[in-house]
Design a protein around this ligand. Structure first.
Ligand code: NAI
Ligand code: NA
Length: 398
Protein backbone atom coordinates (compact mmCIF):
# COMPACT_ATOMS: atom_id res chain seq x y z
CA UNK A 1 0.00 0.00 0.00
CA UNK A 2 0.99 3.64 -0.35
CA UNK A 3 1.46 5.02 3.16
CA UNK A 4 1.28 8.73 3.88
CA UNK A 5 1.11 10.46 7.26
CA UNK A 6 -2.36 10.74 8.76
CA UNK A 7 -2.25 13.12 11.66
CA UNK A 8 -4.78 13.64 14.41
CA UNK A 9 -3.67 16.18 16.99
CA UNK A 10 -0.30 15.16 18.39
CA UNK A 11 -0.68 11.61 17.09
CA UNK A 12 0.30 10.23 13.70
CA UNK A 13 -1.99 7.31 12.90
CA UNK A 14 0.19 5.80 10.19
CA UNK A 15 3.82 4.69 10.05
CA UNK A 16 6.06 3.88 7.12
CA UNK A 17 7.90 0.54 7.31
CA UNK A 18 10.83 1.52 5.09
CA UNK A 19 11.07 5.00 6.61
CA UNK A 20 11.18 3.71 10.17
CA UNK A 21 13.75 1.11 9.07
CA UNK A 22 15.91 3.89 7.63
CA UNK A 23 15.53 5.88 10.84
CA UNK A 24 16.71 2.86 12.85
CA UNK A 25 19.62 2.29 10.46
CA UNK A 26 20.69 5.93 10.83
CA UNK A 27 20.78 5.47 14.62
CA UNK A 28 22.80 2.25 14.25
CA UNK A 29 25.28 4.05 11.99
CA UNK A 30 25.61 6.88 14.49
CA UNK A 31 26.46 4.51 17.34
CA UNK A 32 28.97 2.63 15.16
CA UNK A 33 30.60 5.91 14.15
CA UNK A 34 31.34 6.65 17.81
CA UNK A 35 33.41 3.47 18.23
CA UNK A 36 33.17 0.72 20.80
CA UNK A 37 32.11 1.46 24.37
CA UNK A 38 34.85 -0.02 26.56
CA UNK A 39 33.49 -2.49 29.12
CA UNK A 40 29.93 -1.78 28.00
CA UNK A 41 26.95 -4.02 28.76
CA UNK A 42 26.84 -7.52 27.28
CA UNK A 43 23.38 -8.90 28.05
CA UNK A 44 20.68 -6.29 28.21
CA UNK A 45 16.97 -6.16 28.93
CA UNK A 46 15.20 -3.03 27.67
CA UNK A 47 11.65 -2.45 28.94
CA UNK A 48 10.02 0.04 26.55
CA UNK A 49 12.43 -0.83 23.73
CA UNK A 50 10.51 0.09 20.59
CA UNK A 51 10.62 3.90 20.39
CA UNK A 52 12.25 6.97 21.93
CA UNK A 53 14.90 6.60 24.60
CA UNK A 54 14.34 2.87 25.03
CA UNK A 55 15.00 2.10 21.37
CA UNK A 56 18.05 4.37 21.41
CA UNK A 57 19.28 2.55 24.54
CA UNK A 58 18.86 -0.80 22.83
CA UNK A 59 20.77 0.41 19.76
CA UNK A 60 23.54 1.92 21.92
CA UNK A 61 23.98 -1.36 23.82
CA UNK A 62 23.88 -3.60 20.76
CA UNK A 63 26.01 -1.58 18.39
CA UNK A 64 28.13 0.16 21.03
CA UNK A 65 29.26 -2.93 22.90
CA UNK A 66 27.96 -5.95 20.95
CA UNK A 67 25.30 -6.66 23.55
CA UNK A 68 22.67 -9.35 23.25
CA UNK A 69 19.33 -7.59 23.80
CA UNK A 70 15.83 -8.55 24.80
CA UNK A 71 13.29 -5.81 24.13
CA UNK A 72 9.84 -5.55 25.72
CA UNK A 73 7.21 -3.25 24.23
CA UNK A 74 3.54 -2.82 23.41
CA UNK A 75 3.06 -2.40 19.67
CA UNK A 76 0.76 -3.49 16.85
CA UNK A 77 1.58 -5.23 13.55
CA UNK A 78 -0.24 -4.26 10.37
CA UNK A 79 -3.83 -5.47 10.20
CA UNK A 80 -6.75 -5.12 7.81
CA UNK A 81 -5.16 -2.61 5.47
CA UNK A 82 -3.75 -0.53 8.33
CA UNK A 83 -0.02 -0.14 8.76
CA UNK A 84 1.62 -1.36 11.97
CA UNK A 85 2.81 1.05 14.66
CA UNK A 86 6.16 2.79 14.37
CA UNK A 87 7.50 0.81 17.33
CA UNK A 88 6.57 -2.44 15.60
CA UNK A 89 8.45 -1.50 12.45
CA UNK A 90 11.36 -0.11 14.49
CA UNK A 91 11.69 -3.42 16.29
CA UNK A 92 11.55 -5.41 13.07
CA UNK A 93 14.27 -3.20 11.64
CA UNK A 94 16.35 -3.39 14.80
CA UNK A 95 16.25 -7.20 14.85
CA UNK A 96 17.25 -7.32 11.19
CA UNK A 97 20.23 -5.02 11.78
CA UNK A 98 21.23 -7.00 14.87
CA UNK A 99 21.03 -10.33 13.05
CA UNK A 100 23.10 -8.99 10.18
CA UNK A 101 25.74 -7.99 12.74
CA UNK A 102 25.62 -11.42 14.39
CA UNK A 103 24.02 -10.08 17.57
CA UNK A 104 21.36 -11.87 19.60
CA UNK A 105 18.07 -9.92 19.65
CA UNK A 106 14.65 -11.08 20.72
CA UNK A 107 11.51 -9.16 21.53
CA UNK A 108 8.39 -9.60 23.64
CA UNK A 109 5.23 -7.75 22.68
CA UNK A 110 2.73 -7.28 25.49
CA UNK A 111 1.83 -5.37 28.64
CA UNK A 112 5.04 -4.84 30.59
CA UNK A 113 3.01 -3.90 33.67
CA UNK A 114 1.57 -7.41 33.87
CA UNK A 115 2.97 -10.33 35.85
CA UNK A 116 2.59 -12.53 32.80
CA UNK A 117 4.93 -10.52 30.57
CA UNK A 118 7.47 -10.35 33.40
CA UNK A 119 7.32 -14.14 33.64
CA UNK A 120 7.66 -14.59 29.86
CA UNK A 121 10.68 -12.29 29.88
CA UNK A 122 12.31 -14.19 32.75
CA UNK A 123 11.74 -17.50 30.94
CA UNK A 124 13.36 -16.11 27.80
CA UNK A 125 16.37 -14.80 29.74
CA UNK A 126 16.78 -18.20 31.45
CA UNK A 127 16.52 -20.08 28.18
CA UNK A 128 18.78 -17.91 26.04
CA UNK A 129 21.02 -15.68 28.15
CA UNK A 130 21.09 -17.04 31.69
CA UNK A 131 21.40 -13.58 33.20
CA UNK A 132 21.34 -9.92 32.18
CA UNK A 133 23.87 -7.30 33.30
CA UNK A 134 21.83 -4.19 32.43
CA UNK A 135 18.11 -3.50 32.75
CA UNK A 136 16.86 -0.30 31.08
CA UNK A 137 13.43 0.84 32.22
CA UNK A 138 11.96 3.24 29.63
CA UNK A 139 8.20 2.87 29.68
CA UNK A 140 5.96 5.83 28.89
CA UNK A 141 2.26 5.07 29.01
CA UNK A 142 -1.01 6.83 29.71
CA UNK A 143 -2.40 3.88 31.69
CA UNK A 144 -1.46 0.87 33.79
CA UNK A 145 -3.51 -2.01 35.04
CA UNK A 146 -2.07 -2.84 38.42
CA UNK A 147 -0.99 -6.49 38.46
CA UNK A 148 -1.84 -7.09 42.11
CA UNK A 149 -5.11 -5.13 42.51
CA UNK A 150 -6.46 -5.21 38.94
CA UNK A 151 -7.19 -1.47 39.19
CA UNK A 152 -6.81 0.42 35.89
CA UNK A 153 -4.92 3.66 36.60
CA UNK A 154 -4.92 6.54 34.12
CA UNK A 155 -2.26 9.24 34.27
CA UNK A 156 -3.07 12.92 33.83
CA UNK A 157 -0.94 15.93 32.90
CA UNK A 158 -2.14 18.61 35.29
CA UNK A 159 -0.73 21.27 37.57
CA UNK A 160 -1.16 20.90 41.31
CA UNK A 161 -2.61 23.63 43.55
CA UNK A 162 -3.40 26.28 40.96
CA UNK A 163 -4.26 26.57 37.30
CA UNK A 164 -1.47 27.22 34.82
CA UNK A 165 -1.66 29.53 31.85
CA UNK A 166 1.10 29.85 29.31
CA UNK A 167 1.89 29.75 25.61
CA UNK A 168 1.59 26.59 23.63
CA UNK A 169 2.01 25.79 19.95
CA UNK A 170 0.13 23.59 17.54
CA UNK A 171 3.30 22.34 15.89
CA UNK A 172 1.50 21.37 12.68
CA UNK A 173 0.05 24.80 11.99
CA UNK A 174 2.57 26.90 13.92
CA UNK A 175 -0.23 28.75 15.69
CA UNK A 176 0.71 29.92 19.18
CA UNK A 177 -2.07 30.42 21.68
CA UNK A 178 -2.54 30.66 25.41
CA UNK A 179 -3.57 27.51 27.16
CA UNK A 180 -5.04 27.32 30.66
CA UNK A 181 -4.88 24.01 32.41
CA UNK A 182 -6.96 23.44 35.49
CA UNK A 183 -5.24 21.89 38.50
CA UNK A 184 -6.02 18.44 39.84
CA UNK A 185 -9.30 18.31 41.69
CA UNK A 186 -8.46 15.41 43.91
CA UNK A 187 -5.60 13.42 45.28
CA UNK A 188 -6.57 10.54 43.00
CA UNK A 189 -5.25 12.30 39.89
CA UNK A 190 -1.88 12.36 41.60
CA UNK A 191 -1.91 8.80 42.93
CA UNK A 192 -3.08 7.48 39.55
CA UNK A 193 -0.29 9.29 37.70
CA UNK A 194 2.25 8.02 40.21
CA UNK A 195 0.85 4.50 39.80
CA UNK A 196 1.42 4.68 36.02
CA UNK A 197 4.68 6.62 35.70
CA UNK A 198 6.26 6.24 39.16
CA UNK A 199 8.75 3.65 40.34
CA UNK A 200 6.55 0.78 41.53
CA UNK A 201 6.59 -1.19 38.29
CA UNK A 202 10.37 -0.72 37.92
CA UNK A 203 10.69 -2.17 41.44
CA UNK A 204 8.36 -5.08 40.59
CA UNK A 205 10.52 -5.89 37.57
CA UNK A 206 13.77 -5.85 39.54
CA UNK A 207 12.25 -7.87 42.40
CA UNK A 208 10.96 -10.53 40.00
CA UNK A 209 14.19 -10.66 37.98
CA UNK A 210 16.21 -10.99 41.17
CA UNK A 211 13.97 -13.65 42.69
CA UNK A 212 14.30 -15.66 39.46
CA UNK A 213 18.10 -15.46 39.67
CA UNK A 214 18.51 -13.83 36.26
CA UNK A 215 20.45 -10.74 37.36
CA UNK A 216 24.23 -10.96 36.90
CA UNK A 217 26.83 -9.95 39.48
CA UNK A 218 27.38 -6.21 39.16
CA UNK A 219 23.98 -5.67 37.53
CA UNK A 220 23.10 -2.09 36.60
CA UNK A 221 19.60 -0.76 36.08
CA UNK A 222 18.61 2.67 34.81
CA UNK A 223 15.31 4.54 34.40
CA UNK A 224 14.72 7.94 32.80
CA UNK A 225 13.51 11.21 34.26
CA UNK A 226 13.15 14.85 33.29
CA UNK A 227 13.44 18.21 35.04
CA UNK A 228 13.42 21.01 32.45
CA UNK A 229 13.11 24.78 32.78
CA UNK A 230 11.14 26.76 35.32
CA UNK A 231 8.60 27.79 32.72
CA UNK A 232 7.37 24.19 32.43
CA UNK A 233 7.54 23.44 36.18
CA UNK A 234 3.78 23.94 36.76
CA UNK A 235 2.84 21.41 34.06
CA UNK A 236 5.87 19.14 34.35
CA UNK A 237 8.13 18.91 37.38
CA UNK A 238 5.69 20.44 39.90
CA UNK A 239 2.66 18.83 38.26
CA UNK A 240 1.26 15.32 38.41
CA UNK A 241 3.97 13.87 36.14
CA UNK A 242 6.61 15.47 38.36
CA UNK A 243 5.17 13.64 41.35
CA UNK A 244 5.58 10.42 39.40
CA UNK A 245 9.19 11.35 38.56
CA UNK A 246 9.86 12.10 42.25
CA UNK A 247 8.52 8.63 43.03
CA UNK A 248 10.66 7.05 40.29
CA UNK A 249 13.78 8.81 41.58
CA UNK A 250 12.79 7.86 45.14
CA UNK A 251 12.85 4.18 44.18
CA UNK A 252 16.63 4.19 43.68
CA UNK A 253 17.62 3.60 47.35
CA UNK A 254 15.24 0.62 47.66
CA UNK A 255 16.61 -0.91 44.46
CA UNK A 256 20.19 -0.35 45.59
CA UNK A 257 19.38 -2.19 48.81
CA UNK A 258 17.83 -5.03 46.81
CA UNK A 259 20.84 -5.26 44.50
CA UNK A 260 23.51 -4.87 47.18
CA UNK A 261 24.36 -8.57 47.54
CA UNK A 262 24.88 -8.79 43.77
CA UNK A 263 27.17 -5.75 43.84
CA UNK A 264 24.52 -4.11 41.69
CA UNK A 265 23.38 -0.52 41.45
CA UNK A 266 20.39 1.44 40.15
CA UNK A 267 20.32 4.87 38.55
CA UNK A 268 17.93 7.46 37.30
CA UNK A 269 19.26 9.44 34.37
CA UNK A 270 17.78 12.89 33.77
CA UNK A 271 17.59 13.26 30.00
CA UNK A 272 17.15 16.15 27.61
CA UNK A 273 13.75 17.24 26.29
CA UNK A 274 13.29 15.56 22.93
CA UNK A 275 10.58 14.95 20.39
CA UNK A 276 9.05 11.56 21.12
CA UNK A 277 5.52 10.22 20.93
CA UNK A 278 5.18 10.89 24.66
CA UNK A 279 6.58 14.42 24.87
CA UNK A 280 4.52 15.72 21.94
CA UNK A 281 1.41 15.10 24.05
CA UNK A 282 2.45 17.52 26.82
CA UNK A 283 1.09 21.09 26.46
CA UNK A 284 3.66 23.94 26.41
CA UNK A 285 6.57 21.50 26.00
CA UNK A 286 6.64 21.40 22.14
CA UNK A 287 7.10 25.20 21.98
CA UNK A 288 9.87 24.98 24.57
CA UNK A 289 11.54 22.18 22.58
CA UNK A 290 11.41 24.10 19.30
CA UNK A 291 13.06 27.14 20.94
CA UNK A 292 15.57 24.92 22.73
CA UNK A 293 16.52 23.19 19.47
CA UNK A 294 17.13 26.55 17.83
CA UNK A 295 19.46 27.70 20.61
CA UNK A 296 21.29 24.37 20.97
CA UNK A 297 21.76 23.93 17.22
CA UNK A 298 23.18 27.46 16.94
CA UNK A 299 25.64 26.66 19.71
CA UNK A 300 26.52 23.33 18.08
CA UNK A 301 25.46 21.33 21.14
CA UNK A 302 22.17 19.84 19.96
CA UNK A 303 21.60 16.14 20.57
CA UNK A 304 18.82 13.78 19.51
CA UNK A 305 17.68 10.64 21.28
CA UNK A 306 20.48 8.46 19.95
CA UNK A 307 23.22 11.01 20.76
CA UNK A 308 21.84 11.25 24.31
CA UNK A 309 21.78 7.51 24.90
CA UNK A 310 25.16 6.84 23.28
CA UNK A 311 26.63 9.50 25.57
CA UNK A 312 24.82 8.08 28.61
CA UNK A 313 26.39 4.69 27.94
CA UNK A 314 29.87 5.80 26.88
CA UNK A 315 30.45 8.72 29.25
CA UNK A 316 28.26 7.98 32.27
CA UNK A 317 27.22 4.35 32.85
CA UNK A 318 30.33 2.74 31.30
CA UNK A 319 33.01 5.41 31.50
CA UNK A 320 35.58 3.11 33.09
CA UNK A 321 35.45 4.98 36.38
CA UNK A 322 32.97 6.51 38.77
CA UNK A 323 29.51 7.40 37.54
CA UNK A 324 29.11 11.14 38.14
CA UNK A 325 25.94 12.01 40.04
CA UNK A 326 24.24 15.27 41.01
CA UNK A 327 23.47 16.31 44.61
CA UNK A 328 20.31 14.18 44.50
CA UNK A 329 22.15 11.10 43.24
CA UNK A 330 21.00 11.33 39.63
CA UNK A 331 22.90 11.00 36.37
CA UNK A 332 22.56 14.16 34.27
CA UNK A 333 22.68 14.05 30.50
CA UNK A 334 20.45 17.13 30.41
CA UNK A 335 23.60 19.09 31.32
CA UNK A 336 23.79 20.88 27.96
CA UNK A 337 20.06 21.71 27.92
CA UNK A 338 20.29 23.18 31.42
CA UNK A 339 23.41 25.29 30.77
CA UNK A 340 22.63 28.81 32.06
CA UNK A 341 23.49 30.47 28.72
CA UNK A 342 21.14 28.09 26.88
CA UNK A 343 18.31 28.60 29.36
CA UNK A 344 18.72 32.39 29.35
CA UNK A 345 18.41 32.51 25.56
CA UNK A 346 15.41 30.19 25.51
CA UNK A 347 13.68 32.32 28.19
CA UNK A 348 14.24 35.44 26.09
CA UNK A 349 12.86 33.80 22.95
CA UNK A 350 9.92 32.46 24.95
CA UNK A 351 8.83 36.04 25.74
CA UNK A 352 9.12 37.03 22.08
CA UNK A 353 7.48 34.01 20.44
CA UNK A 354 4.33 34.69 18.40
CA UNK A 355 2.60 32.90 15.55
CA UNK A 356 4.09 35.51 13.18
CA UNK A 357 7.76 35.13 14.17
CA UNK A 358 7.74 31.43 15.10
CA UNK A 359 9.35 30.11 11.90
CA UNK A 360 12.15 32.62 12.28
CA UNK A 361 13.01 32.50 15.97
CA UNK A 362 12.36 28.83 16.67
CA UNK A 363 13.31 25.50 15.13
CA UNK A 364 9.69 24.48 14.61
CA UNK A 365 10.84 22.96 11.29
CA UNK A 366 13.23 20.70 13.16
CA UNK A 367 10.47 19.80 15.61
CA UNK A 368 8.16 18.78 12.77
CA UNK A 369 10.89 16.82 11.00
CA UNK A 370 11.73 14.91 14.19
CA UNK A 371 8.03 14.26 14.82
CA UNK A 372 7.44 12.83 11.34
CA UNK A 373 10.73 10.91 11.44
CA UNK A 374 9.36 9.05 14.49
CA UNK A 375 6.79 7.52 12.15
CA UNK A 376 9.22 7.00 9.26
CA UNK A 377 8.13 10.08 7.30
CA UNK A 378 10.11 13.06 5.93
CA UNK A 379 13.23 10.99 5.31
CA UNK A 380 15.08 12.04 2.16
CA UNK A 381 15.87 8.54 0.94
CA UNK A 382 12.28 7.22 0.92
CA UNK A 383 9.81 7.50 -1.96
CA UNK A 384 6.48 8.07 -0.24
CA UNK A 385 4.53 7.81 -3.49
CA UNK A 386 5.71 4.24 -3.98
CA UNK A 387 3.88 1.12 -2.99
CA UNK A 388 5.34 -0.51 0.11
CA UNK A 389 4.60 -3.78 1.88
CA UNK A 390 3.03 -2.92 5.22
CA UNK A 391 3.18 -6.51 6.47
CA UNK A 392 6.54 -6.75 8.21
CA UNK A 393 7.45 -9.35 10.80
CA UNK A 394 9.47 -8.87 13.93
CA UNK A 395 11.50 -12.05 13.32
CA UNK A 396 11.64 -13.29 16.91
CA UNK A 397 7.93 -12.81 17.54
CA UNK A 398 6.25 -14.56 14.61
P1 NAI B 1 8.14 6.65 24.02
O1 NAI B 1 6.67 6.86 23.98
O2 NAI B 1 8.93 6.93 22.81
O3 NAI B 1 8.46 5.13 24.45
C1 NAI B 1 7.65 4.41 25.32
C2 NAI B 1 7.95 2.92 25.24
O4 NAI B 1 7.15 2.25 26.22
C3 NAI B 1 7.61 2.26 23.90
O5 NAI B 1 8.58 1.27 23.61
C4 NAI B 1 6.27 1.57 24.18
O6 NAI B 1 6.00 0.42 23.37
C5 NAI B 1 6.49 1.15 25.62
N1 NAI B 1 5.25 0.89 26.35
C6 NAI B 1 4.27 1.76 26.70
N2 NAI B 1 3.32 1.11 27.41
C7 NAI B 1 3.71 -0.18 27.52
C8 NAI B 1 3.17 -1.34 28.14
N3 NAI B 1 2.03 -1.30 28.83
N4 NAI B 1 3.85 -2.50 28.03
C9 NAI B 1 5.01 -2.58 27.34
N5 NAI B 1 5.58 -1.50 26.76
C10 NAI B 1 4.94 -0.33 26.84
O7 NAI B 1 8.64 7.49 25.27
P2 NAI B 1 10.02 8.20 25.66
O8 NAI B 1 9.85 9.67 25.47
O9 NAI B 1 11.18 7.50 25.09
O10 NAI B 1 9.99 7.98 27.25
C11 NAI B 1 10.72 6.99 27.92
C12 NAI B 1 11.11 7.51 29.30
O11 NAI B 1 11.95 8.65 29.15
C13 NAI B 1 9.91 7.99 30.12
O12 NAI B 1 10.12 7.67 31.47
C14 NAI B 1 9.96 9.49 29.93
O13 NAI B 1 9.32 10.19 30.98
C15 NAI B 1 11.45 9.71 29.94
N6 NAI B 1 11.92 11.00 29.40
C16 NAI B 1 11.43 11.50 28.21
C17 NAI B 1 11.87 12.74 27.76
C18 NAI B 1 11.38 13.31 26.47
O14 NAI B 1 11.61 14.50 26.22
N7 NAI B 1 10.78 12.55 25.59
C19 NAI B 1 12.87 13.55 28.51
C20 NAI B 1 13.38 12.86 29.68
C21 NAI B 1 12.89 11.66 30.12
NA1 NA C 1 11.35 4.44 25.13
Amino acid sequence: MIIQPRVRGFICLTSHPEGTAQHVKDQVEYVKSKGKITDGPKKVLVIGASTGFGLASRISAAFGSDAATIGVFFEKPAAAGKPGTAGWYNSAAFEKEAQAAGLYAKSINGDAFSDEIKKQTIDLIKKDLGTVDLVVYSLASPRRTHPKTGVAHGSVLKPIGQSFTNKTVDFHTGVISDISIQPVENEEDITNTVAVMGGEDWKFWIEDLKAAGVLAEGIKTVAYSYIGPELTYPIYRNGTIGQAKDDLEGTVPALNELLKDLGGVSYVSVNKALVTQSSSAIPVVPLYISLLYKVMKEKGIHEGTIEQMQRLFAERLYNGGNVQLDEKGRIRVDDLEMRPDVQAEVAKLWEQATTENLEEISDIKGYRKDFFNLFGFNLDSIDYEADTNEVVNVPSIT
